[in-house]
Design a protein around this ligand. Structure first.
Ligand code: FMN
Length: 306
């Protein structure tokens, strides 16, 4: 007789009813897609990256379709941390852990946003976006230099008592080294990966597809890259890892858990199907039932390899 599998996990000190979160920037501020998906079906919700002041993004075109993925250079358009706290957060249903994503063009600005979010009801943790590949000042430097990343994590750690997740850039030679730096500076968890820096060209106009030129590639195209990086991080550190990149089914999510992720995030898939994250959670449960797995925690790091 099969029993309902236990999907609960604890990620970075945050109890989650299941391992599925939304990925920053792909699910707005949590309520835009409400008619399609009740957030209470998920483990939690990661909001669009917030800066101290509201911020405009790049001019269009800033999204392009690519084979098995999409390219974006939105460039961190957001309402700013104060408007998020006052206008957006109250609409998020109670009982849904919110992880607020933090961005800044300088270390002090990241730290200030961390401070503002600390103690705010519903905010269960912070995710430091150290990895936006198409913002000229800030993200790319922090995400690509171990020294700058270390200073950033240290400053944010000092600025907040909340669980601190650091979202890493895949645009590095050794993601394991970056994960170790974060762990050394007191990060509570790692999210891997952000988009892969990429370029797409319109040969008719002989111009890049995006106004910004370079963009970030996401979707199924990057899933094997993300899996590889999650696996390498899991070998390198003992803090928990949240897997992100090309997840659109329960099986995709299970692959990340097997590679060592404790939780996962669904991003680009929500553009195709706004209910995707809920379906991923159902898919994990179905996998567990099919394989006689009593608790999803049994899957974490259970990849069999020689
Ligand atoms: C349109 C778009 C906007 C994004 N905005 C952010 C953001 O504000 N902060 C962030 O950390 N990541 C952002 N990302 C990256 C995603 O959170 C995620 O790391 C990446 O897309 C890989 O996951 P996926 O393949 O499931 O989309 C964005 C991605 C997309 C496609």
């Amino acid at each position: 007789m099969s029993t309902t599998p236990d999907l609960s996990v604890e990620f970075a000190g945050i109890p989650l009813r299941n391992p599925v979160l939304t990925a920053s920037g792909t699910f707005g501020y949590g309520v835009e897609l409400e008619p399609f998906l009740d957030l209470r079906r998920l483990g939690g919700f990661v909001a669009k990256s917030l800066t101290l002041e509201p911020r405009h993004g790049n001019p269009p075109p800033r999204i392009a379709e690519t084979p098995a993925g999409m390219l974006n250079a939105i460039s961190l358009e957001n309402v700013g941390v104060e408007a998020f706290i006052e206008e957006k957060l109250p609409a998020v249903p109670d009982g849904v852990p919110v992880i607020a994503s933090v961005f800044g063009t300088e270390i002090e600005l990241y730290a200030e946003v961390c401070k503002r979010l600390t103690g705010v009801p519903k905010v269960a943790g912070l995710e430091i976006n150290a990895s936006c590949p198409h913002v000229k000042a800030g993200g790319i430097e922090f995400g690509q230099s171990p020294d700058a990343l270390g200073r950033l994590v240290r400053a944010c750690r000092q600025a907040t008592t909340l669980p601190l997740v650091v979202k890493l850039s895949p645009n590095v030679t050794s993601i394991a080294e970056m994960a170790r730096v974060c762990e050394g500076e007191g990060a509570s968890g790692i999210a891997a990966i952000n988009t892969v820096q990429a370029l797409e060209v319109d040969v008719e106009t002989r111009r890049p597809m995006l106004s910004n030129g370079l963009g970030g590639l996401s979707g199924p195209a990057i899933r094997p890259v993300a899996l590889r990086m999650v696996w390498q991080c899991a070998q390198a550190v003992s803090i928990p890892i949240c897997g992100v990149g090309g997840i659109s089914t329960g099986e995709d999510a299970v692959a990340f858990l097997l590679c060592g992720a404790t939780a996962i995030q669904v991003g680009t898939a929500s553009y195709l199907n706004p209910a995707a994250a809920g379906e991923v959670a159902d898919g994990i449960a179905a996998y567990c039932e099919r394989h006689g797995v009593a608790s999803v925690r049994e899957l974490i790091g259970a990849l069999e390899h020689s």
